[in-house]
Design a protein around this ligand. Structure first.
Ligand code: NDP
Length: 287
């Protein structure tokens, strides 16, 4: 305890991160572009800085939780001199290349840089199930581990600063496509008078059980042989019935078409007898 920490950006997420620091007894300085957002935190014991420069100068550890890559540069570019010798943990969502660019900028300025990808919503910060992915400076991660662990499980993936963002966005890609799949199913059954709530009660345990298949697919993908025994073939995985039923129900076929196209490309290339996991080849090699 006693480590001074500054948080730049008091949106929903930055406020949650700062509140966890205050709760744990850290001397916490906060700054936000628009005034007024620090009021609750100040009531809890945080100190508000009038400028971003004041906030940076207040602590050896600076957290940036802003909107995007451009806003991080907008706020920090004029403060390179103030940041020198400090640690910057940037948990703003950026692409892997943007994270690498920010790390290079920080290195140039003499700033230790750690990039973070938050796998949680603000209400989960500091609660079980919250996980934050990090990459970049190993020393910074080790030195500030106790602070980072206040927000959730912290995992460091390597010195390449782009890795945390890469894993973060890869996991979100899986999540969004799964959510779209759920929405599609809900839209299909709606004309039959089935509420989304009722469908969710069926879909959640079904999809949860199906995630067991990830490991089987992964074995085949990593083994590189899509002909191994015991797999569901691409031909068997034809989604025509699902598409027909979707049309009958009067709903869009976009979500299912997307998967059907990935399957089709492999069948057309002569791989119909091979396993479903082979659609990863359609994704790895854009058509
Ligand atoms: P909000 O929209 O609630 O807050 C955005 C923050 O960025 C505000 O403090 C805003 O300041 C500030 N900001 C925007 N543009 C600028 C700028 N040009 N200069 C200075 N400050 C700026 O977003 P969140 O707090 O939810 O998200 C923050 C980051 O955390 C994002 O990168 C997001 O992707 C990431 N994240 C969020 C999650 C969530 O569930 N909320 C989950 C995982 C990651 P002002 O008040 O002045 O507008």
């Amino acid at each position: 305890d006693g480590v001074r920490v500054s948080v730049l950006g008091l949106g929903a997420m930055g406020s949650a991160l700062a509140a966890a620091l205050v709760r744990a007894g850290h001397e916490t300085t906060v700054w936000n572009r628009s005034p007024g957002r620090a009021d609750d935190l100040v009531a809890q014991g945080a100190r508000v800085a009038a400028t971003a420069a004041d906030a940076v100068r207040a602590s050896p550890l600076v957290i940036a939780c802003l909107l995007d890559h451009a806003s991080v540069h907008e706020v920090l570019d004029p403060l390179a001199g103030d940041l020198a010798g400090r640690t910057l943990v940037n948990v703003t969502t950026t692409s892997p290349e943007q994270s690498r660019e920010l790390a290079a900028w920080a290195a140039e300025a003499g700033v230790a840089y750690l990039d973070g990808g938050i796998m949680a919503v603000p209400q989960m910060i500091g609660q079980p199930g919250s996980s934050i992915l990090y990459s970049g400076s190993a020393d910074a991660f080790e030195e500030h581990r106790a602070v980072l662990d206040l927000w959730g499980d912290s995992t460091w993936f390597g010195e390449d600063p782009g890795l945390a963002s890469l894993y973060d966005l890869a996991l979100l890609a899986g999540m969004y496509v799964m959510f779209a799949g759920f929405m599609h199913g809900a839209a299909m059954v709606a004309p039959a008078g089935v509420s989304a709530t009722r469908f969710a009660a069926m879909a959640a345990p079904w999809l949860t059980a199906m995630t067991g298949g990830f490991h089987e697919f992964a074995k085949v993908i990593d083994g590189g042989d899509y002909t191994v025994e015991g797999q569901q073939s691409l031909e068997f995985s034809d989604l025509r019935d699902i598409l027909t039923a979707s049309v009958e129900q009067g709903v869009s076929t976009e979500v299912v078409d997307m998967v059907q196209r990935l399957i089709r490309r492999q069948i057309d290339a002569g791989h119909g007898k091979e396993g479903f996991a082979r659609i990863v080849e359609s994704i790895r090699h854009p058509g």
